[in-house]
Ligand binder design. Structure first.
Ligand SMILES: [Zn+2]
Length: 371
C-alpha cells in the first residue's frame, strides 16, 4: 500500500527532543501541537509546571451527548543527543516517539482535522497531553483524576498491537521501599550483640518473591537490595526496592496485605522495618461497559477490532481505575519503543487515521452546538 501521506509535520514534532526531564524541549513540542490544535478551533488550557513540561488540555464546545477524551503524552524516554532524528522509508517511520507516542498523538490530530474539514466544527471531543507519562505520571495523574469524571469515553493513543489490536487491559503496578533497621556490632568481638539487617532482608526477599503467582499474572520482583557497611560489621541497615504487577483487584489486595505482614513480622529478633511507596498505576481490567463501547466502535467503522492485554502500564490505567470507559492502542503499530530502533508502520498509521476519523465523526457534536 502506498501511503501517499506527507509526514513532514510529524518529523518536525519528533525532531524536538522531549525527554521527560528536558522541560524546554517538552514545552516546545507542546507549543507546536498547541498551534495545530488551535488552528482547528481548540482552546488550550495550560497546566504550568516549574520543573517538568507543562501539561496541555485542548477543549472543544460541549453539548448533549457522549464526551470523549483523547489521551497522549508529550514526553519520550530519550535524553538529548541519544536518539533524536526522524527518518522514513516506504513502510516505516523511525525516530523517538514514532509509536510512543508522538505518532499516536499525530493520528489523533489527523483525524480531528478530517472531522473539522467535513463538519465545520468540533464539539464534545477534548484532548489531553501530559508531560510526565514516561516517569509514572506522578504529577499529571492528579489532573487526570480530576478530569476523569467529565468524560464518558477515553481513547488512548499508545501503539496498536502487531495486528492493529486495541488494548483492553493493562496490569497494575506498585513500587515499594522497605527499610530494615538492625544493630551494628563488630563482627569479631561482639558478633552476638549485632542485629543483622542484611539477613532479615534476605528472608524478606524470599518471602516477597514467593507471593508471585504466574498463573494469575501476578509478579513480585525484588529488583534492588542494598545493605551493610563492610565485612567486619554486622549490618545495621538494609533496603529493598520491590515492584508488583497484577491483573485484578483481588490479587492487588492479596499482595498488599501480604507485603504489610512481611514488613512487620521478622525472622531476626530486634529488627524494625518500615514500608513506603505504593500503587503507582492501578490495574486496567477488561469490563462490560468497555465491551459495549468496543462493539459500538465496530459498528461505526464497519470492521471488527482485535484486542489484547499488556503487562506494561500507560495512562489508560489511571482513567480506567477511575471508572472511565477506556480503550488504548489507537496509535499506529510500532516496535522498538524505548530503544533507538523505535519505529511505526505507515500502513497501520493510515488505517488508524481512517478508523479514528470515522469514530470521531460519529461522536462529534460540533454542528449541533453551532446550530
Ligand atoms: Zn513509553
Amino acid at each position: 500500500m502506498s501511503t501517499g501521506m506527507d509526514f513532514s509535520e510529524l518529523a518536525d514534532l519528533m525532531n524536538i527532543n522531549s525527554y521527560t526531564k528536558n522541560k524546554q524541549g517538552v514545552d516546545q513540542s507542546g507549543l507546536l501541537f498547541q498551534q495545530w490544535m488551535e488552528d482547528i478551533g481548540y482552546d488550550t488550557r495550560t497546566y504550568q509546571r516549574e520543573t517538568i513540561g507543562n501539561h496541555l488540555l485542548f477543549t472543544s464546545a460541549k453539548s448533549a451527548g457522549k464526551k470523549l477524551l483523547l489521551l497522549g503524552h508529550l514526553d519520550t524516554v530519550f535524553p538529548p543527543m541519544s536518539f533524536e532524528t526522524f527518518s522514513e522509508d516506504d513502510q516505516w517511520i523511525y525516530g523517538p516517539g514514532a509509536c510512543d507516542i508522538k505518532g499516536g498523538n499525530y493520528v489523533a490530530l489527523c483525524a480531528l482535522r478530517a472531522v473539522k474539514a467535513s463538519s465545520g466544527s468540533i464539539g464534545n471531543i477534548d484532548m489531553l497531553l501530559v508531560s510526565d507519562e514516561e516517569t509514572g505520571s506522578d504529577d499529571s495523574k492528579l489532573i487526570s483524576h480530576e478530569l476523569a469524571k467529565d468524560y464518558d469515553y477515553v481513547m488512548v493513543f499508545e501503539a496498536a498491537g502487531k495486528n492493529n489490536e486495541l488494548v483492553i487491559g493493562r496490569k497494575g503496578v506498585g513500587t515499594f521501599f522497605i527499610d530494615i533497621e538492625g544493630k551494628a556490632a563488630h563482627a569479631g568481638n561482639h558478633y552476638i550483640d549485632g542485629v543483622n539487617a542484611n539477613l532479615e532482608a534476605a528472608h524478606k526477599c524470599i518471602q516477597l518473591t514467593a507471593l508471585t503467582q504466574l498463573d494469575k499474572g501476578t509478579t513480585i520482583n525484588v529488583g534492588k537490595m542494598e545493605g551493610g557497611i563492610g565485612a567486619n560489621t554486622i549490618s545495621p541497615h538494609a533496603r529493598l526496592i520491590v515492584e508488583m504487577r497484577y491483573t485484578d483487584a483481588t490479587e492487588r489486595d492479596r499482595v498488599l496485605d501480604a507485603i504489610h505482614s512481611i514488613v512487620h513480622s521478622h525472622e531476626i529478633e530486634g529488627i524494625e522495618a518500615t514500608l513506603s511507596g505504593g500503587i503507582q498505576r492501578d490495574v486496567m481490567q477488561p469490563n462490560n461497559e468497555q465491551l459495549v463501547f468496543l462493539r459500538e466502535l465496530e459498528s461505526i467503522t464497519g470492521e471488527p477490532f482485535l484486542t489484547e492485554q499488556r503487562g506494561g502500564v500507560s495512562d489508560a490505567n489511571i482513567f480506567a481505575a477511575k471508572g472511565c470507559v477506556t480503550l488504548d492502542g489507537f496509535g499506529p503499530f510500532g516496535d522498538g519503543d524505548h530503544t533507538i530502533h523505535e519505529r511505526a508502520s505507515k500502513h497501520s498509521f493510515m488505517l488508524r487515521v481512517e478508523q479514528v476519523t470515522k469514530i470521531l465523526s460519529y461522536y462529534n457534536q460540533g454542528l449541533m452546538t453551532e446550530a
